[in-house]
Design a protein around this ligand. Structure first.
Ligand SMILES: [Zn+2]
Length: 339
């Protein structure tokens, strides 16, 4: 019996050595250790062994099984490692090869101008707030002191979805929405797309962008407004820039003003760019009308504030000396590549 086991073991080890693929190893396992394998056959013949010999033989069979299994397992691991190494050799990557260059686009001049304006105001502690482009007439006009029949409604006639809903003509409704929430003080800018039923020409488009600013707090005065916009103009157009406030009228502010800055091209001497005046108009502003505060649930006796609105395209056109607004929307790569 002992010899028989030894010969099974030798045979098995030979077969393992000869195996050159994991499947062959599996065949060996089945042949020697499987249910119908040779070791199992030995166990089945135990009944021919004298009873006192049986434990000894049983132990021998187990030892033989264990040693075959061990060698099988080792061979399997070795084989797998060799396969893996071979595979890695085939897949080797040459890190010194030049990388493929991806075509990466860049930001649109409008986006660059917007990020610049945001950077300036965020630096002064303002929050950037966005609102819906499809807006209730109530927020777009009514709450901003532009009731039905007000002439200002004609000036910025828009696209009506129905009697109560419009494509917003300005980003000011975002201010009304924020004021209504009643969290004071407020220091925010609201950038976004707005719509007017304008014909397309060099300075008009039915869709363009505005950035509105709003500050509401106790003791906010016109001096705060002037100081803030002066910092803004200097940051945007250079430290030499001067500002000029011209009285104007807007329904939602009182007093209101339009703001000019000294021409950054000629420094105020007068040139073709500023049409000889030395000044360039950049935005409208004013102290928030007490009636607007009231309509948005803020007590005008306790709080005051200022607001301003600037056209994003206007900033981009000025900054890059572009003379036709349509260029910003045509998406001509040859034009956009320049910025
Ligand atoms: Zn000029």
């Amino acid at each position: 019996m002992k010899e028989k086991l030894q010969s099974i073991k030798d045979e098995a080890l030979k077969a393992i050595e000869a195996a050159d693929a994991p499947e062959k190893l599996n065949d060996v396992r089945v042949k020697f250790l499987g249910k119908k394998g040779e070791l199992t056959a030995v166990l089945k013949s135990m009944k021919d062994v004298a009873p006192q010999e049986r434990p000894k033989v049983g132990q021998l069979v187990n030892e033989t099984r264990a040693s075959i299994e061990k060698v099988l397992e080792e061979s399997k691991k070795k084989m797998e490692r060799a396969i893996r190494e071979e595979k890695m050799k085939q897949e080797v990557i040459d890190v010194t090869l030049p990388a493929k260059k991806n075509m990466v686009g860049h930001r649109h001049p409008n986006t660059i101008a917007l990020e610049e304006v945001e950077r300036i105001f965020v630096g002064m502690g303002y929050e950037v707030v966005e609102g819906p482009e499809v807006e209730y007439d109530l927020y777009n006009f009514e709450k901003l002191n532009i009731p039905d029949g007000h002439p200002a409604k004609d000036e910025q006639d828009t696209f009506y979805i129905n009697k109560d809903i419009v494509l917003r003509t300005q980003t000011s409704p975002v201010q009304a929405r924020v004021m209504e929430q009643g969290k004071l003080p407020i220091r925010m800018i609201a950038p976004g797309r707005v719509f007017r039923s304008d014909e397309v020409d060099a300075t008009h488009s039915p869709s363009f962008h505005q950035i509105e600013g709003l500050v509401i707090d106790k003791n906010i005065s016109f001096a705060d407004l002037k100081g803030t916009l002066e910092v803004f103009a200097k940051e945007l157009f250079g430290p030499e820039t001067k500002t000029k406030f011209r009285p104007h009228h807007f329904p939602f502010t009182e007093p209101s003003a339009e703001v000019d800055v000294t021409c950054f091209k000629c420094g105020g001497k007068g040139c073709r760019f500023c049409k000889g005046s030395g000044w360039i108009e950049i935005l409208g502003c004013g102290m928030v009308h007490p009636h607007v505060l009231e309509m948005c649930g803020i007590d005008p006796e306790e709080y005051t504030g200022f607001a301003f609105g600037v056209g994003l395209e206007r900033i981009a056109l000025l900054k890059y000396e572009i003379d036709d607004m349509r260029l910003l929307y045509e998406n001509d790569i040859r034009f956009l590549k320049q910025f």
